[in-house]
Design a protein around this ligand. Sequence first.
Ligand code: ADP
Ligand code: MG
Length: 676
Amino acid sequence: MGLDKSIRYIKGVGEKRAALFEKKGIKTVEELLYFFPRSHEDRSKIKPIDKCVDGETVCIAATVYQLPLDRYVRRGMLITNMSVMDDSGVMQLVWYNNKYVKKNFTSMDKYVFFGKVSRAKNGRIQMVAPVYEKYGNERFTGKIIPIYPLTANLSQKVVQSAMELAINEAGRLAEYIPEHIREQYKIAELNFAMRNIHFPSDFASYNIARERFVFEELLILQLALHERRGENADTPGYVFKDIKCVREFTDALPFELTGAQKRTINEICRDCKSGRQMNRLIQGDVGSGKTAVAAAAIYMAVKNGYQAALMAPTEILADQHMESLSAMFESHGIHAVRLTGSMRAKEKRAALEETALGTARVVIGTHAIIQGTVEFKNLGFVVADEQHRFGVEQRAKLMAKGNNPHMLIMSATPIPRTLALILYGDLDISVIDELPPGRKPVKTYAVGGNMRKRIYDFIYKNIKTGMQAYVVCPLVAETENSDLENAEELAKRLSEAYTDIRVGLMHGKMKARDKDAVMAGFVSGEINLLVATTVIEVGVNVPNANIMVIENAERFGLSQLHQLRGRIGRGGEQAHCILVTDAENEITQKRMETMRASNDGFYISEQDLKLRGPGDFFGTRQHGLPEMKIANLFEDRDILRLSQKAAKEIIDDGPDNYPMLMERCRKLLSDDVIMN
Ligand code: ADP
Ligand code: MG
């Protein structure tokens, strides 16, 4: 059977079930094969009945000596009992509300049963709702059986059966990882791995199989990222002859730079005189002072005769940068202009003209900077703030405004070093891992919904003393089948409950202009309490806001919670962040505890990686990675390192020498967006 064939030709699948598979993204035999189990059940050992221990899950092989008997008990509940025996003893099998089960057995025939055993005091041994099949040609017992991550309507048995047939009928799969790589990295061959990831002969074989697919997934990911990036490692760049001048700027700052800020500025200076174009990422926690570093670098660029541009993801952020930086620049005799979408035509025309003529030495703005109409005279240095809001394409457009200008990218989403090396393999990375002195860490609490009244009363009291607060909700508006908080309704409820304060509402479905108006109202203090979705995530600074409530906190990634929390605690007052959640599962508890205990963005993102299983790692989407099917970026970091090495070797050797692997890579990622 060809790999591209529809799964509906597999025996036992058919049209109807194929539609159910399709909901899981599985249409072809190949897609089915790459649908990996979430765990396995060891049904390999058959035990005599009298050796079965209370509570254990086992297989028995036994003969039916009393056919199923139905019994109706209260409220029409149906209990079906059947007795079976082997050479050693007798066992009762029990099913609840299963009308059909009795049709499946013949008296004195032998079956294999798999299930959890319980032993009563009187010696009666019982198994409830076991898996069963005829003895002699077992398919689902007598071995280790895969358990798939399924949703309703598709049963394990159907998938297990289809999978077994698919593996047997697909024939020999063409291996795409060359032998010398597999030997060097001790990676299992594809056919062995495919059989053993689903139907392992033992758990050691399963582990070997899994390692192969983890390695493969991470290898392909890195090759794909490399493909997208293209080669830009050794582009020549402008040489900034005078780098010492940066001191003139930093000495004039009203504060002493932190050690991490100084180190980062030194790294930038070194890049800019090297003759190579700089591509540097600054990773720094919220509030670590990235802007001052960028400003110093911009100063240096201008002093060396170039124009510089700073692009921010929102108007408000651009305005804040403009406000805090332009005065500083002007005091050094450097003219800065603003360039945003909402500017009046006349004002914009003037800014464009100054930019083209070169009288504007610094341009601070939004996406408006990369529009076609914008021309620079000699752009030599560009900064992208809050990079996770920009796509590669936008960064490329910004670069294209000059002739290979130096590029500085700033990110407030710290991620573990191992991951950063993959995601930003083409960038040099500076880490600002130190906050300016005197910051009071935000106090964080995790509480249940029953505390809500007290929380909002506390906020109200604070607002009455002149403070401001944020409330963050996971949803914009009310939706069916969801009891998550939504911003619209909560804003309404709060403004009705507290009539003498002004409640604002902001979410992603609003027009940019309306959002900006609300935010401006909050910045100016006109709005006391801002109810919003995660649109407030990005680096806006409202020093007067010192309380944040996050509703349904379990719905957010840890790094996202940390980002949100970074919006408060920017003034001198003690800030409070209250995480509201009614989710009681262990993972949520651990995640809330992490937030409560730490203010360190790097630590938090690492915990996030650890606490989330493979597949749903929060940041892969946020960071533009395709979803991991099998690899866990935290637990598999050893394999990650190996695959990194292998990827580098393949790239150095020339990807063209690996046509099958590269084809697989393109096939898998063709419709996945990478690096956004
Ligand atoms: P972020 O890294 O989140 O972009 P900002 O650059 O906005 O942080 O800086 C946050 C605040 O800290 C600003 O008000 C800035 O003036 C201030 N700041 C930056 N560096 C220092 C420093 N070394 N000492 C004291 N305050 C600083
Ligand atoms: Mg910032």
